[in-house]
Design a binder for this molecule. Structure first.
Ligand code: ZN
Length: 402
C-alpha cells in the first residue's frame, strides 16, 4: 500500500547579491529574535517563576519592533521571525517533556544560519519559488525532480559553514509500497566496518572516507598555523568547512543507500540504542565510525520504516550484545576491543561484530513476539523508559536462562 507523507526536498541555489544580502539580514534577525526570546523566557522563569507562552513571546516581538533599537526587525519578512519563536516553543516543549536539554542560544559561528518561510511568505508558480521581500525567484539547481504536482507548504533557506546556500521544500509525496517480506535484520555498529548485519554481511565505510579524513586533518593543521584574525586564517577556516561539508554530503548519500536497502529488504529492523557518550569513550570506535554517522543512519531508519510500514525495534543499550554467545547464551566477563574473533566455552567460534548483530536481532524479535503491539516510538530512546525497552529486558533475561 502506498503512503502519503510529508517530505523535505533539498536543493542548492545561487542567490543574487540582493537576495544574499536580504537572506543574511533575515538570518541575523531570526537569530536575534530567538536569542532575545530565550533570554526573556529564562529571566521570567528564574526571577518570577513564570512561563512565557508562544503567544506572549509573539507579543514581545511586536513590542521590540516598535523600539528604536530593534526597529530593523520590521524590515525583514515577519514569517521567519514568527517561525523562530515557534522553534523556541518546540525546544521548551521538548525540555519540559525531558526529551531535550535546556534550549541554548544560537551562536553566529556555531549554528547553521537558516530561515523558515510558511505558505504566506512565498509564492510558488510554475516551478519558480519567490520569497517574501524579493522580486526574482531563487535560482535553484533541481538536482532531482519534485513529486508530480507538488506544492511546497514550508520552505527553509539555509547557508552552511562552507558558504553554500540551500533551500528545502516540504511537500506531500507518495511513497510506493515496499515488497512484502517477512525478513528481519539486526544491525550493529561495527568497529572496522560501518555496520555489521546479522546475516554476516559487513557494510564498509565508503572508500573515500579515509582519504577525506586525511584531507580534513591537513586542512585543520593548516588552519592551526595561521595567525588569529588574519585573512589567511579565514581562508583556511573556510577550507576546513568545505572538507567537512563534502564528507557529510558523501556520508549522507551513502547512508541513504544503506538505509533504503535495509528497510526495503526487511519487515523488521533491529538496532541497538548506542549513545554517543558510550561510543566516544572508546577512541578506536569513534575513529572507525563517527557518532554522527550512526545518529544519522538511525534517524533515516526511523522515518523510512515509518514510510514503508516496517517495524524498527530499538534494544536496550545495556543488553550485552557483544559479550553474549549467540549459540549457548553464556555471557563473557570481558571482551577486549582488539579481539576480532572469539571462541566460547561451548565451542562456538564468533566473529565479534556478526555475533553482536545476531544477538541484537534475537533480542528485537523477542520484543515483537511477546509485546502485544509494542512498537518503539520515535522518542523512546530519549526518554529511555519505553515499554519496548522493558520488554527487551524481559526478553533478554529469558534468553539468558536458556
Ligand atoms: Zn557459547
Amino acid at each position: 500500500m502506498a503512503r502519503q507523507v510529508r517530505r523535505a526536498f533539498k536543493y542548492r541555489f545561487y542567490p543574487t547579491e540582493e537576495q544574499a544580502a536580504e537572506l543574511s539580514r533575515t538570518f541575523g534577525c531570526v537569530r536575534l529574535v530567538y536569542n532575545k526570546a530565550l533570554e526573556e523566557r529564562t529571566r521570567a522563569w528564574h526571577v518570577e517563576r513564570r512561563r512565557i507562552s508562544y503567544t506572549q513571546s509573539s507579543a514581545l516581538l511586536t513590542q521590540w519592533k516598535k523600539t528604536r533599537e530593534f526597529a530593523f526587525l520590521a524590515e525583514v519578512s515577519c514569517v521567519p521571525l514568527q517561525q523562530a519563536l515557534r522553534h523556541l516553543q518546540m525546544a521548551f516543549t521538548n525540555f519540559f517533556a525531558k526529551r531535550a536539554a535546556y534550549p541554548r542560544f544560537k551562536s553566529r559561528k556555531r549554528s547553521r544560519a537558516s530561515a523558515e518561510y510558511t505558505r504566506s511568505a512565498f509564492t510558488w508558480r510554475d516551478g519558480h519559488l519567490t520569497l517574501a521581500k524579493m522580486t526574482a525567484p531563487l535560482d535553484i539547481r533541481w538536482s532531482r525532480p519534485l513529486p508530480q504536482g507538488a506544492e511546497p507548504s514550508t520552505v527553509t533557506v539555509s547557508r552552511d559553514s562552507a558558504g553554500r546556500w540551500f533551500v528545502s521544500l516540504l511537500c506531500k509525496d507518495i511513497i510506493p509500497a515496499a515488497p512484502a517480506t517477512e525478513s528481519a535484520v539486526g544491525i550493529d555498529a561495527g568497529i572496522t566496518s560501518l555496520v555489521v548485519l546479522s546475516s554476516g554481511e559487513k557494510v564498509d565505510n565508503p572508500r573515500h572516507e579515509r582519504r577525506d579524513r586525511a584531507r580534513l586533518a591537513k586542512a585543520q593543521r593548516d588552519l592551526s598555523r595561521k595567525a588569529p584574525g588574519s585573512a589567511n586564517r579565514d581562508k583556511a577556516r573556510r577550507r576546513v568547512a568545505q572538507v567537512h561539508a563534502r564528507i557529510a554530503d558523501r556520508r549522507r548519500d551513502f547512508l541513504h543507500k544503506v538505509s533504503t536497502r535495509l528497510v526495503r529488504e526487511n519487515q523488521t529492523v533491529v538496532i541497538e540504542d548506542l549513545t554517543v557518550g558510550n561510543m566516544l569513550k572508546n577512541r578506536k570506535l569513534a575513529r572507525a565510525m563517527s557518532d554522527a554517522a550512526w545518529r544519522e543512519l538511525r534517524s533515516m531508519l526511523e522515518y523510512k520504516c515509518a514510510w514503508y510500514g516496517r517495524d524498527l525495534v530499538v534494544v536496550d543499550r545495556w543488553f550485552p550484545s557483544t559479550k553474549l554467545c549467540g549459540t549457548c547464551g553464556t555471557v563473557r566477563a570481558k571482551l577486549p576491543l582488539d579481539l576480532r574473533e572469539w571462541t566460547c566455552e561451548c565451542g562456538a567460534v564468533h566473529d565479534r561484530d556478526v555475533n553482536a548483530a545476531r544477538n541484537i536481532l534475537a533480542a528485537g524479535l523477542a520484543v515483537t513476539a511477546c509485546g502485544d503491539g509494542v512498537r518503539p516510538q520515535r522518542d523512546t530512546s530519549r526518554t529511555g523508559r519505553s515499554s519496548a525497552k522493558q520488554e527487551t529486558r524481559r526478553a533478554t533475561a529469558g534468553a539468558l536462562r536458556l
